[in-house]
Design a protein around this ligand. Structure first.
Ligand code: ADP
Ligand code: MN
Ligand code: MN
Ligand code: MN
Length: 376
């Protein structure tokens, strides 16, 4: 018997890394652990990850899931990209998170990410179900709506939710969003590496299932200009202390630390976020920081239930839909748990052996320090 393993990784596209995948046929009956998944390689010169004369990059499996599309014992495999010398590739943001996750494990951090996205008709590239000319009626009836005049693309949403469940992804809900053909699913609450790997695989599944229906998925932060909601990835976060009686004090202290580190976080929260964080459409302005209970116009919202009982979690509403969860969860852990220098630029990956100028460079909005620590 053989198993098909779909190896999934993030490329070097700047400023937003894109998903890539390819299939490996393994001569095994079943994948029982990561050890059954060999390292593999790919042509980095075709993904902005290597120059043509040194094109080989390595794929290191880091987590795997049942493949809900191929079924059987086939698997989806999330990978880190490594250099030929075994070091993390400069575009490998997961490696930096790994180190921080280990340092902060004692705090038992949990993350729940609300992934918003917009469906486009593959033929017209217009939002699904929108009229060929002009616009739908103004926002209002679409959020959590029902009926063919209010929601578009539910077939894909249903298929995706079941696929995530079948894969073993901790999807915790879905809803139609404020702009017609805009939707959301949530993953979590689980640890930083788990939520990030699972979110990337869930994004892969969404685009892959869209192929079957002639639907393109976009996670652009502001897919339609004007009086239409942007698309975000609210990141809900807690530590064991925050979840315990008296946790509200810890949450308030976290908000204080996040205020000081606002610029550093915004730099890593997704490209094009300035089009979304305008102060309108349930956002706070990108150049302002505000936190508040139940406040959907704030940068950080404390859910009412958390404020009422005095412990729970906070919601960082700033990340754009195209954010990299490896970066966002790392920044939250650094600022809130490790008390990192709010102005310091985090070192993202190692630079040995690759000419960074020949690459697309860091693709998540985090500027790479040219030496020592740089300030924003
Ligand atoms: P909203 O009201 O902002 O739309 P959602 O229900 O869409 O909220 O999402 C809430 C998210 O918060 C879910 O992903 C859930 O897993 C997550 N969550 C719940 N409790 C915690 C917690 N203690 N720590 C971190 N995340 C949590
Ligand atoms: Mn939500
Ligand atoms: Mn939402
Ligand atoms: Mn939210």
């Amino acid at each position: 018997m053989v198993v098909q393993a779909e190896y999934i990784w993030l490329d070097g596209t700047s400023p937003t890394q894109q998903l890539r995948s390819k299939t490996k046929v393994l001569d095994v009956d079943r994948v029982k652990s990561l050890k059954d998944l060999p390292e593999w390689g790919f042509d980095g010169s075709s993904t902005n990850q290597a120059p043509g004369d040194k094109s080989d990059c390595a794929l290191k499996p880091v987590s795997y899931y049942k493949d809900p599309i191929r079924g059987g014992d086939n698997v989806l495999v999330m990978c880190e990209v490594m250099l030929a010398n075994g070091q993390p590739h400069p575009t490998n943001q997961r490696a930096a998170l790994r180190a921080v996750a280990e340092k902060t494990a004692k705090s038992e951090p949990w993350f729940g990410i609300e992934q918003e996205y917009t469906l486009l008709d593959a033929q017209t590239e217009r939002p699904l179900g929108w009229p060929e000319q002009g616009f739908p009626a103004p926002q209002g009836p679409y959020y959590c709506g029902v009926g063919s005049d209010k929601v578009y693309g539910r077939e894909l949403v249903e298929a995706h939710t079941q696929a995530c469940i079948d894969a073993g992804i901790r999807i915790s809900g879905t809803n139609a969003e404020v702009m017609p053909s805009q939707w959301e699913f949530q993953v979590g609450p689980v640890g930083s590496l788990e939520v990030s790997d699972q979110l990337w695989v869930a994004r892969w599944l969404l685009s892959r299932l869209g192929e079957e229906l002639g639907i393109v998925v976009t996670i652009a932060p502001k897919p339609v200009k004007g009086d239409w909601n942007g698309t975000g990835a609210h990141t809900n976060f807690s530590t064991k202390e925050m979840r315990s009686p008296g946790g509200m004090k810890v949450i308030e202290a976290a908000c204080g630390a996040l205020e000081k580190a606002h610029a550093k976080h915004i730099a890593g929260y997704g490209a094009g976020n300035e089009e979304r964080l305008t102060g309108k459409h349930e956002t706070a302005r990108i150049d302002q920081f505000r936190w508040g209970v139940s406040d959907r116009g704030a940068s950080i919202r404390i859910p009412l239930a958390t404020s009422k009982v005095g412990y729970g979690y906070l919601e960082d509403r700033r990340p754009a839909a195209n954010m990299d969860p490896y970066v966002v969860t790392r920044l939250l852990l650094e600022t809130v748990v490790l008390g990192a220098d709010p102005k310091a630029v985090a070192d993202v990956g190692t630079e040995n052996g690759v000419d960074l100028k020949a690459l697309a460079g860091s693709s998540t909005g985090i500027r790479r320090p040219t030496g020592g620590k740089a300030a924003y």
